[in-house]
Design a binder for this molecule. Sequence first.
Ligand code: ZN
Length: 380
Amino acid sequence: MRLAVQPAAMNGSWKLGRLFGIDIFVHATFVLLLGWIAVSAYLREHTAQAVLGGVLFIMAIFGTVVLHELGHSLMARRFGIRTRDITLLPIGGVARLERMPEKPGEELLVALAGPLVNVVIALALFAVLSATGQAIMLVDPSSTESSPIAVRLFWVNVSLAIFNLIPAFPMDGGRALRAVLALGSDYIRATRVAAKLGRGIAVVLGLVGLLYNPMLVLVALFVWTGAGAEAAGVETKASLHGLPTYTAMETQFASLHAHDTLHTAAHKLLGGAQVDFPVVDPNGTVVGLLTRHALIAGLAQKGPDGSVESTMERQFPVAHPAEMLEVALARLTESSSKSMPVVADGRLVGMLTADNIAEFLMVRDAIGAGRRRHALHFAA
Ligand code: ZN
């Protein structure tokens, strides 16, 4: 149902298993939903059978949601994009892709692959119902709660396909729309248009949801915030276009030595705003990165006398000062790190963080606005 690229895994989720090399998680709130379905089925029919039927039906729905997300993931894999994991939430599934495809044609296929899975499942169920002479039940208005699970699943898949194709960016239909628009104009303008339309639809969904279905309000919130965040991300990438990494890297930062203790590291953490520290050897070569997370975990495990060397991360992204900022930022976003050392000829020359890039853009925009105001002043 959804595609996301946020780097951090969702809190409060349990791993269900692994399919096609992708971990499948279920969020704790989903279990609450199962409980609610079971209780409401019991209150309605007072039989264990009704409870079991209700729970089985929900499990079947979430099976189709997993297949929907796998549709996105396996299509993305064809374009060399990995999926970090798939999480099931009460309002649907989220496939966390490492990144979105850049080519509009690829994004279109990745976006459509999910709903296409639902179309295929619906067709398969229709074939089975026809073969067993039950297809007539699909148009029987009196059969809803009591109809066979295959009939209800047919309608679930039809609804999922239609619902996801609503052009509310960043839902599947909205992504497909952005991709189609981007084929004809540039990516940023296409995103702006898709995000605006997405927010408009979110308002409508929210209002309809307030009247009829609280789940729709959650979807509307997701569309509203998602559209804004994705549009902002694309604008940032566009403003970084053509700039080398050294223009936006931090040049004043603290670093650690591999033989330093965690006590020293904690002092540096508390003494300033820096959260991730590059670790260098006596020649100035970067050998590790000590993140705040690793430092805190290390302090808890090994105490203040533990060594930086035994706690630091040894695998982390690195940038080159002459490399394009958008390329470096994409690598930083793909990794789970918040900062990356900038290294030239084996020596540490800077640190690149998302915060610093944001500050860099603010400064640049302010200078641009100042220039425009001065120009007006002179013209007046
Ligand atoms: Zn989807």
